[in-house]
Design a protein around this ligand. Structure first.
Ligand SMILES: [Zn+2]
Length: 633
C-alpha cells in the first residue's frame, strides 16, 4: 500500500492570489507547498510521497495523457466567445471579471458567481463587466478550446458508478443525481486560456493550458512515478490494485466522473475503486473561510496548544463529517478533551502506571489466576484490533476511533471495579493479576492508538518501555512480560480550561479585515514623467466649509492656496462634517479647468485617498504648519 498526496498547484485562484500578493504564481505555490508539508509533518500525517503538480514529471505525464486522448479523437474542439482584456492582452478567466449582478445588483459580482446572492453566473451575464486585471471593459473574442464530451461518455460512466453500489451513499447519490437530473452530464472544457499551468500539447493551442481539474488527479500517477520510477505501473496498471481517493465532497465530480473518464478513455489504468468523500466541516456554525479568517490555523494552534496535536486529531476524527456536514466548536473540543481523553484514556493509563511504580517499583507483576471477569476483559482486548481494522477498512473512522476509546473505557472500568488500591492491603496476589491485566491493556492501547493519536501512542510506548508497536501484536494479551520494567509516568492529556477555549472563540470573532482581490483597482497603465508634471498640485488650507444645498455629497470649500483664495466643490460630505474640517491641510490639483457644479464654480480638485471600501480620506502634508502653496511633486 502506498499513501500518495500532493499539492494541486494550478488554476485561476493561484494566479489571483499571486496578483494580490504582488508576486508570481510559482512563489505562491512554493510558499503553500512548504506550509502544508510542514503542517502535515507537525501533525503526524505521513505520506509515502507528498508531491506537487508543478513538478516536471507531472507536466510530462499530464501532457502525454492529454496527447494520447487527443490522438484518439476524444476531445470536441469548440470555438466560444470569451472576454478578452485588450490592455492586459489576455483572455479573462471567470474570476477575473467583475461587474454588476443581474439578479441582486451587487456591483462586485464575479464572472462565475455572485457571492452576495449566491447565483451562479456566466461572465456575459454581468452588467458593466470590468477586467480585474486592468479595470478596463473587456471585449468578447473568439477562442478555441477542447472539451471532454461527458454527455457522450455518460453511459459508460454510469455503468462504472453503478458497479460500485458499496460507495458511501452521499457519494453514490451525488454522482447519480448529476447524471439523472436535467440534461445529465455536459461537455466540459479541458483547456483554458491562461498563462499558468501545463501548456496544451497541441498545435494551435499557444497561450492555453490544461484545465486544472484535468491535470490535478493525474498528479497521483505522477507522484507514484516519482516515488517508484521502476515499479509505479504495478500500482496503476494491474487489475488487482485498489485505487482509493480520500477527498472532500466538493471534489467528487472530479474524482468520480472526470478522472475516471480520462482513465477509461486512455485505457490501461485502474479506475478508482472507492472515493469515500467526506461532507463539509463547519466552524462554530459557519462555513470555514480562510479569506474571512473564520478558520483554525494549524501554525497558530501549535503555539496556543503546544504538544496537543493529538487532541485536535482526536476531535476532528471523532466529529468527522463522514455522512453529513458537521460542526467543529471549541466547546466540543474542550468537552472531548476533558471528558474523554483526560477522564477516560489519560486517567486509566495514569492510574495503571502510578500503581505499578507504587506497588512494584515499575516492574510488571506476574499474573496469578485469572478470574472470569479477567478473562472477559482479555477477550475483549484481544478482539479490539480486528474491530478497529474492520471499521477503518470500511472508511468508518469515527467508529474506529470509538472502538479505540472502548479499549480505554474497558481499562478504566476494570480498575474502577477491581479497586487494586484498596485490595492491595488484603489480597496482594490478586492485585498482581489485576495490574498485569491493566498493563496489558495499556500496552495494546499504545499500539492501537498509533493511526489516530500517533504522538500519544509514541509517548505511551516510551513510558511502558515498549519497543515494538507492530499491529500484529495488538491481539496478544501478553505484550508486557512479567518483570519487564516500565518508565516513569507522565500525563498524556491535560484539562483545558474555559478561558482557553473562550479565547479561541474570541479570536474567531475578530476576523482580519477582508481585502477582496478586486477591491483595490489595479495599477493604471504607465504614464510619462512629462505628463505627470503637467499637474499643478499644491498644499492648501480649508478656511470655510458648508454643505451645498439640496445635495448630500457635496461640500463648498474656501481654500487658502498661499497664492489665492478660491472656491472648490468637493464630494466628501459623507465622510466629513463641515465644522470638523476648518483648518484642515489638503492637497489641491490647482490647474484643473474650472467647472460649474450645482451652479458653483469650482476651481480645482482636492486630492483624496480612496480605500477598498470606497471610503475617502484627505491627503495632507504631515507637518501642520507647512506653507500653503507648496508644490507637490
Ligand atoms: Zn447577486
Amino acid at each position: 500500500m502506498k499513501f500518495i498526496c500532493g499539492s494541486d498547484e494550478h488554476g485561476v485562484p493561484i494566479t489571483i492570489k499571486a496578483k494580490k500578493e504582488n508576486t508570481t504564481p510559482q512563489a505562491v505555490v512554493d510558499k503553500y507547498h512548504k506550509m502544508m508539508g510542514d503542517a502535515f509533518k507537525e501533525f503526524g500525517i505521513s505520506f509515502d510521497i507528498y508531491s506537487r503538480t508543478s513538478s516536471k514529471t507531472h507536466a510530462e505525464t499530464a501532457s502525454s495523457i492529454f496527447s494520447e486522448l487527443y490522438k484518439k479523437g476524444l476531445f470536441t474542439e469548440k470555438e466560444t466567445e470569451q472576454y478578452y482584456d485588450e490592455s492586459a492582452k489576455q483572455f479573462l478567466a471567470d474570476r477575473y471579471i467583475t461587474g454588476t449582478c443581474p439578479r441582486c445588483s451587487n456591483p462586485n459580482a464575479y464572472g462565475d458567481q455572485c457571492e452576495k446572492c449566491g447565483s451562479s453566473l456566466n461572465p456575459t451575464d454581468l452588467i458593466q463587466p470590468k477586467s480585474a486585471l486592468s479595470g478596463s471593459t473587456p471585449v468578447l473574442r473568439k477562442t478555441k478550446n477542447w472539451f471532454l464530451p461527458l454527455d457522450q461518455l455518460q453511459p459508460k460512466i454510469k455503468d462504472y458508478i453503478s458497479s460500485h453500489k458499496e460507495w458511501k451513499p452521499n457519494v453514490y447519490g451525488q454522482c447519480m443525481s448529476w447524471m439523472e437530473s436535467g440534461e445529465g452530464l455536459q461537455p466540459r472544457a479541458m483547456t483554458r486560456d491562461l498563462d499558468w499551468g501545463i501548456p496544451v500539447p497541441v498545435e494551435g493551442a499557444e497561450g492555453k493550458v490544461l484545465y486544472v481539474w484535468f491535470d490535478a488527479p493525474i498528479g497521483y500517477i505522477s507522484a507514484t512515478k516519482e516515488l517508484l520510477p521502476d515499479s509505479w505501473e504495478k500500482y496503476w496498471k494491474s487489475e488487482d490494485s485498489r485505487l482509493i481517493h480520500f477527498i472532500g465532497k466538493d471534489n467528487i465530480v472530479f474524482h468520480c466522473i472526470i478522472f475516471p473518464s480520462v482513465l477509461m478513455e486512455h485505457g490501461g489504468f485502474v479506475l478508482p475503486d472507492n472515493v469515500p468523500a467526506n461532507e463539509f466541516l463547519n466552524l462554530e456554525g459557519d462555513k470555514i473561510s480562510t479569506s474571512r479568517n473564520w478558520a483554525v490555523w494549524l501554525h497558530e494552534y501549535l503555539i496556543d496548544f503546544k504538544d496537543k496535536q493529538d487532541v485536535l486529531r482526536y476531535v476532528l476524527c471523532a466529529n468527522a463529517p463522514e455522512t453529513k456536514d458537521n460542526d467543529f466548536t471549541w466547546k466540543d473540543f474542550q468537552t472531548r478533551n476533558n471528558s474523554e481523553l483526560v477522564a477516560i484514556y489519560g486517567n486509566f493509563v495514569n492510574r495503571a502506571l502510578v500503581l505499578t511504580h507504587k506497588f512494584y517499583n515499575g516492574a510488571v507483576p506476574a499474573a496469578d489466576i485469572y478470574t472470569k471477569e479477567d478473562l472477559l476483559v482479555l477477550e475483549e482486548l484481544a478482539a479490539a484490533p480486528e474491530k478497529i481494522a474492520a471499521s477503518i477498512e470500511q472508511f468508518r473512522f469515527r467508529e474506529a476511533l470509538s472502538e479505540l476509546m472502548n479499549v480505554a473505557r474497558l481499562g478504566n472500568k476494570y480498575l474502577a471495579e477491581t479497586e487494586p488500591w484498596k485490595l492491595i492491603k488484603t489480597d496482594a496476589t490478586r492485585v498482581n493479576t489485576i495490574m498485569n491485566v491493566a498493563l496489558q491493556i495499556c500496552a495494546n492501547l499504545a499500539v492501537l492508538s498509533e493511526p489516530f493519536l500517533p504522538f500519544t501512542s509514541q509517548k505511551l510506548a516510551a513510558m511502558l518501555n515498549l519497543t515494538s508497536r507492530s499491529w500484529s501484536n495488538a491481539s496478544n494479551t501478553d505484550n508486557l512480560s512479567a518483570g519487564h520494567t516500565i518508565n516513569k509516568e507522565e500525563l498524556l492529556f491535560e484539562k483545558i480550561e474555559d478561558a482557553v477555549v473562550e479565547a479561541q472563540v474570541a479570536k474567531l470573532k475578530k476576523p482580519e479585515p477582508v481585502v477582496e482581490p478586486t477591491a483595490l483597482p489595479a495599477i493604471k497603465t504607465a504614464t510619462s514623467f512629462d505628463e505627470f508634471t503637467k499637474m499643478d498640485i499644491r498644499t492648501a488650507t480649508i478656511l470655510e466649509a458648508e454643505v451645498v444645498p439640496k445635495t448630500d455629497k457635496l461640500l463648498k470649500l474656501l481654500l487658502d492656496t498661499g497664492i489665492d483664495k478660491r472656491t472648490v466643490v468637493s464630494g466628501i460630505a459623507q465622510y466629513y462634517k463641515p465644522e470638523n474640517i476648518i483648518g484642515q491641510k489638503v492637497c489641491l490639483l490647482a490647474n484643473l479647468e474650472p467647472r460649474k457644479i450645482k451652479g458653483i464654480e469650482s476651481k480645482g480638485m482636492i486630492l483624496m485617498a480612496e480605500n477598498e471600501k470606497g471610503e475617502l480620506c484627505f491627503v495632507s502634508p504631515v507637518t501642520s504648519d507647512f506653507t500653503n502653496g507648496s508644490l507637490v511633486k
